[in-house]
Design a protein. Structure first.
Length: 220
């Protein structure tokens, strides 16, 4: 009789345990489904707060375009030089340069484009005599002097112990580099070559128009 009672109590206890586990799992699933939207909202709010604290820059171009000048261009570009220059820029050199000095070596790569501006060609600059076309071309000129930022770079920079470096030193070095590149092209006779190339190009063009002989006149 006692043994039968013991088994009955054990069966009841086991049933209670199973019922309790089932109830706990059910409650947990219900709470999980109910809390999921809250977690999603929390995640969304966290993302929005992050966007507020770390905003992404927004670039808005002005839709209004102002045209300052309109003119017809007839520039005959006949030659391009690629030039390299080494520029040394420095400031506050001397006894205390190791304290407050600043110097840099800038390797500059640039291009110089030259040619003839045919806008300056007048009607009386073209004259036919005895079947020969006489042409007086405008003087060759440099159209563009520009640094190639992809290839230009600072090779070395040395600042003093208490110097953070001059903010405008590299800018001044770039300006000097443009001037030196232009001067270097002039020293290498870029204008002479530009004029010669312009004459060769225009002579072929005038011949195609029917002029068998073309003479280019220099100067006034």
């Amino acid at each position: 009789m006692k043994t039968s009672l013991w088994w009955w109590r054990a069966a009841v206890l086991l049933a209670i345990i199973i019922l309790g586990v089932t109830l706990i799992l059910t409650v947990r699933n219900v709470l999980s489904r109910q809390l999921q939207p809250v977690q999603q909202i929390s995640g969304t709010l966290s993302t929005q707060v992050s966007r507020v604290l770390n905003p992404t820059p927004t670039i808005i171009p002005d839709p209004v375009t102002i045209i300052r000048e309109i003119r017809s261009l007839a520039r005959l570009e006949t030659i391009k030089f690629s030039v390299e220059k080494i520029i040394t820029a420095e400031t506050r050199q001397g006894v205390f340069e190791w304290l407050v000095g600043d110097s840099l070596i800038f390797v500059a790569h640039g291009e110089v484009i030259a040619g003839v501006d045919l806008n300056e060609l007048k009607s009386d600059d073209l004259e036919v005599k005895d079947g020969i076309l006489h042409v007086r071309l405008p003087e060759p000129e440099i159209f563009v002097t520009v640094l190639d930022n992809q290839q230009s770079y600072i090779y070395d920079r040395d600042t003093g112990l208490f110097s953070r470096g001059e903010v405008d030193l590299e800018t001044e070095a770039r300006r000097a580099a443009e001037r030196e590149i232009r001067e270097g092209a002039l020293e290498d006779d870029i204008l002479v070559l530009a004029g010669q190339n312009a004459e060769l190009f225009l002579e072929r063009m005038f011949r195609d128009l029917g002029y068998n002989r073309v003479v280019f006149i220099q100067g006034e």
